[in-house]
Design a protein around this ligand. Structure first.
Ligand code: PMP
Ligand code: GLN
Length: 388
């Protein structure tokens, strides 16, 4: 038989699925794959249920329901002061994952270079490569995850088509600083290219930090594409509703990829996400307060066990230094051991690096869980690794 596509054949099942399966098999508390434990905000879920009977269940417009696109534009104005014309500058996608794929297929010509920042979310590289792009990686390393200016500058060149980055950043929980974003904007202008900004955690930033979309920086209106996700902003990861904001010419091209990938997204979920985005500021501050309290709870619990916890500036993830547990082995071996023997699943941070020499010794936990679940996870870890 002839081989199937060789680019995709290189990739196994994603680490998130692998660890969730292992957690199920061993009855472990799943702090691995990133998903909140609850069932999402009740008014948003109720809006989806009502829309199933109240509005059409047939194909909605290819770019998305007008009410959701208007809500995206209003959201961008409310939080970032962006002037967005909903009819030409927004588009609805089937999750951020589809948004990323549509953008990469729309922008990349075979042989184009794409600057990516490791650690990176697992869908980036396969799609870049499948589109014929050549990734140019810049690595961030724990514990400080700072963006190395010289290396980033060297990664850009005449063949660069775009940079793809993620802030707040999964799995590092880093929030890019204003200076780092200004550097990215400068390089994007200098090399006349685009920026694909994965901002799915835009509403989960801690300790008073403010999210800065690259799109809001001078000179970026025509070049930056902003991606958001209802999965993260409304803790509804199973819905797979995402949204894009970009210049009209870019939306036009991205839509050409989107129409051949999925064409559209379930209408009742779109209507409900519109209601979600239009919620009052209290919803958004409540999300931050809730997640920050959970971060503090898990971090304090792990620190009480004597473990080295890295700072978490945003997202719902935090990482520990495996060496601080006394475990002798790789991050992957540690996460398997923790799942099978201790009953708590985590994700090895090395899985987010493509290069061979990934920093091996860190494990990521998702803290978007009920307090009792976090406490039980800490109790299990304390029993095995605790020094107290
Ligand atoms: N980017 C990052 C950094 C993520 O963590 C996720 C979460 N799965 C996604 C994209 C994909 O989001 P969605 O579920 O909306 O496709
Ligand atoms: N974004 C989630 C994480 O980082 C997982 C997404 C998925 O399972 N595909 O854990």
């Amino acid at each position: 038989m002839k081989p199937t596509n060789s680019t995709l054949a290189q990739y196994g099942t994603t680490i998130f699925e692998v660890m969730s399966r292992l957690a199920r098999e061993h009855g472990a508390i799943n702090l691995g794959q990133g998903f909140p434990e609850g069932n999402g905000p009740a008014p948003v879920v109720a809006a989806a249920a009502a829309a199933l009977t109240d509005i059409s269940n047939q194909y909605p417009p290819m770019l998305g329901l007008p009410e959701l696109r208007q809500a995206v534009a209003a959201h961008d104005r409310r939080f970032y002061g962006l002037e967005v014309d909903w009819a030409t500058q927004t588009m609805v996608t089937s999750g951020a994952t589809e948004a990323l794929a549509a953008c990469l297929f729309a922008l990349i010509e075979p042989g184009d270079e794409v600057v990516v920042i490791e650690p990176l979310y697992d869908s980036y590289l396969p799609i870049i490569r499948r589109a014929g792009g050549i990734p140019r990686s810049v690595r961030l390393n724990p514990p400080d995850w700072s963006l190395p200016e010289a290396e980033l500058t060297a990664a850009f060149g005449p063949k660069t088509k775009l940079i793809l980055y993620n802030t707040p950043m999964n799995p590092s929980a880093k929030v890019f600083t204003a200076a780092e974003l200004a550097l990215i904007a400068r390089l994007v202008q200098q090399w006349d290219c685009y920026a694909l900004c994965d901002e799915v955690y835009e509403h989960i930033l801690f300790d008073g930090r403010q999210h800065i979309p690259l799109l809001s920086l001078p000179g970026m209106a025509e070049r930056a594409i902003k991606i958001g996700s209802a999965g993260k902003t409304f803790s509804l990861t199973g819905w797979k509703v995402g949204y894009l904001t970009a210049a009209p010419a870019l939306i036009d091209r991205i839509a050409r990829a989107h129409q051949f990938l999925v064409f559209t997204t379930p209408p009742n979920l779109q209507a409900a996400v519109a209601a979600g985005l239009n919620q009052s500021d209290e919803y958004y501050t409540g999300l931050i307060d809730e997640m920050q309290a959970k971060r503090d709870r898990l971090a304090a619990g792990l620190e009480r066990c004597g473990l080295g916890v890295l700072p978490a500036e945003g997202t719902y993830f935090l990482s520990i230094d495996v060496a601080s547990t006394g475990f002798d082995g790789t991050d992957e071996a540690f996460c398997r051991y923790l799942t099978q023997e201790v009953g708590v699943a985590a994700i090895p941070v090395g899985a987010f690096y493509a290069s061979a020499a990934a920093p091996g010794g860190y494990a990521r936990f998702c803290f978007a869980k009920r307090d009792e679940v976090l406490d039980e996870a800490v109790a299990r870890i304390a029993k095995r690794f605790g020094r107290a």
